[in-house]
Design a protein around this ligand. Structure first.
Ligand code: ADP
Ligand code: MG
Length: 566
């Protein structure tokens, strides 16, 4: 008997849809891409219940004729490519002709469109695979696609969706990304009655960054513009030595397409190695323009990744473009310093370009008094022998040598302490004398709202000041005023990516990490002794809160064997 059947289209469509449509944010991504491909100068996104109940994307692009409005729901229907060769010259965001059929296979869809040529616009209503209605509608030139009850016919998928708030925050993250890619397009986003984003068209990336992230971020950036062999990189990235405590603000675009790409990320981080304050990461808004034939966007059904024909050269292009901009910046800086010198007599001639940027080894986050009360009394912990590479504490125990990672160890100690304080709900707080003002991006605003209680429990109290401005009024007294804001923002990013039940733990782990002594910092004997003593008070202290080892032990027996003594 035959075992093989050909799946009915109802099932195969749902399988295919699963590759493109994972969650509300992926529906929005596809619809907004279509609007941009249609040349829209305005894109309006409306959402209900985190996009689970309703998503409506309306644009003023070129619209569709009656025939196209019907055809667009067929699998592999596209106006963007027609020949195999076109696959290697893709200049549009879409090209696979899969989005609309996929979306409509798993939701209730209403499409309204008009190309402005025919007298009447067209309305199409569908439910899953079924066409419910095709009719005239009065509609201005452009298109509106309404997607209701996502996954209504795929309950298993629906269950995988996160809370409305989390879905909304993913949507806003994506829309922020895409809004950066085309400053000339107006973007507005509303969740129910609440306006989340409204960016009127502007003439430059700089202005769009200002709209989305505010003035303070712009001030930390330098301009990047570099061209070589018909390949260009332009945009903005961190002006050394200021970096961010997290990697959330690294945006890359390849031929205007927002992409997530490892090669670009690694190149960026490498370009900044040694130029940023310790444990901080560069921010980047970088546009790479390369010949279409040098990049394959047909790697993934959701087109989130790209493949470069020559990734090596792309890597070097990023390195060089950042180096160039740093050099330019350092020249500017030098002028300031020379100016200062005239006033102060301070000599800078010997300082090399690079040194101008490098931060002193003390690092920014220093030992906190709270971490080091003076140690008295008997010591039963291993005896400290010294420090290696300014990174490891070497100690002696009865049965071997201990190599202790100073950062991981301190992190673990602080984590335990913070956990204790947190359990008692008694974070010693510090009031900011002058409230620390900062501006949040739309997705950070949502994130703050979703986690406010948790952050307050950890000692951070924030007040809304209107618009997307906030003031940090209180923070844990283990921080200096200058660093409180930055740590708060890093926490905000950190807790967002974690599941609800892990949030508190991850928040405390981040606090511990950010306040712990760094690698590469010379320590006095007393500090090392304190560190070792505290560490060995903790039962099972072999891992840091992020799961990295704290201690490596070399057994006495192993040493003796090596020395051929046993
Ligand atoms: P693709 O974008 O890969 O071509 P889609 O399924 O997303 O595939 O869309 C199919 C076709 O429908 C597009 O090629 C385009 O011609 C048309 N279309 C979809 N959305 C719009 C829109 N907002 N405005 C104009 N045409 C659209
Ligand atoms: Mg498309």
């Amino acid at each position: 008997m035959n075992k093989i059947i050909i799946l009915p289209s109802e099932i195969s469509q749902k399988i295919a849809a699963g590759e493109v449509v994972e969650r509300p944010a992926s529906v929005i991504k596809e619809l907004v891409e279509n609007s941009l491909d249609a040349g829209a100068s305005e894109v309006k996104v409306e959402i209900l219940d985190g996009g689970k109940k309703l998503i409506r994307v309306t644009d003023n692009g070129q619209g569709m004729s009656r025939e196209d409005a019907q055809l667009c729901f067929a699998r592999h229907s596209t106006s963007k490519i027609s020949r195999e060769e076109d696959l290697f010259q893709i200049s549009t965001l879409g090209f696979r002709g899969e989005a609309l059929p996929s979306i409509s296979a798993v939701s209730r869809v209403t499409l309204k469109t008009s190309d402005g040529k025919e007298e009447k616009g067209t309305q199409v209503d569908r439910e899953g695979e079924v066409l419910l209605n095709l009719s005239d509608v009065a509609f201005p030139r452009g298109t509106s696609v309404e997607v209701r009850d996502l996954f209504f016919n795929l309950p298993a998928r629906r269950k995988f969706l996160r809370s409305d708030k989390s879905e909304l925050s993913l949507i806003v993250k994506y829309l922020t990304f895409v809004a950066l890619s085309c400053p000339e397009v107006r973007f507005s986003v509303a969740h129910g009655k609440r306006e989340i984003l409204n960016c009127p068209p502007v003439g430059s990336l700089r202005e769009r960054i200002f709209q989305l992230f505010g003035k303070s971020l712009l001030e930390t950036l330098m301009e990047v513009d570099y061209e070589e062999n018909a390949r260009r990189i332009n945009g903005f990235s961190s002006r050394p030595p200021s970096g961010k405590l997290d990697k959330a603000l690294q945006y890359f675009f390849v031929n205007k397409r927002p992409v997530k790409d490892r090669i670009l990320q690694v190149a960026l981080n490498q370009a900044y190695r040694g130029f940023l304050e310790k444990d901080t990461f560069p921010e980047a808004f970088l546009f790479l323009s390369i010949p279409y034939s040098d990049v394959d966007v047909n790697v993934h059904p959701a087109k989130a990744e790209v493949r470069f024909r020559d990734s090596q050269s792309v890597f070097h292009l990023i390195l060089r473009s950042i180096e160039r901009s740093m050099l330019e910046e350092s020249k500017i800086k030098e002028i300031y310093l020379i100016h200062d010198k005239e006033k102060t007599g301070y000599k800078i001639e010997e300082a090399s370009q690079a040194q101008l940027f490098r931060t002193p080894s003390e690092g920014k986050l220093d030992w906190k008094e709270v971490s080091f009360p003076s140690t008295t009394g008997e010591r039963s912990s291993p005896r400290v022998l010294g420090q290696y590479l300014d990174t490891y504490v070497i100690a002696e125990s009865p049965d071997g040598l201990l190599i202790i990672d100073q950062h991981n160890a301190h992190e673990r100690i602080l984590f335990e302490r913070y956990r204790e304080i947190n359990d008692k709900k008694s974070w010693p707080q510090k009031m900011a004398l002058i409230p620390i003002l900062f501006e949040l991006s739309p997705s950070q605003v949502l994130n703050l709202e979703n986690n406010q209680t948790l952050l307050e429990e950890a000692g951070f109290r924030v007040e809304a000041m209107g618009g997307r401005s906030y003031a940090l009024k209180e923070f844990p007294d283990i921080f200096r005023t200058e660093e409180a804001n930055e740590i708060f923002l890093a926490l905000l990013e950190e807790i967002e990516i974690n599941k609800i039940q892990d949030k508190k733990r991850s928040l405390l782990a981040t606090l511990a990490c950010k306040t712990a002594i760094k690698a590469g910092q010379p320590l006095s004997l007393e500090k090392m002794e304190y560190l070792v003593e505290e560490l060995f008070k903790i039962p099972d202290s072999s891992l840091c809160p992020h799961g990295r080892p704290v201690v490596v032990k070399i057994d006495k027996a192993q040493i003796e064997k090596g020395m051929k003594r046993s």
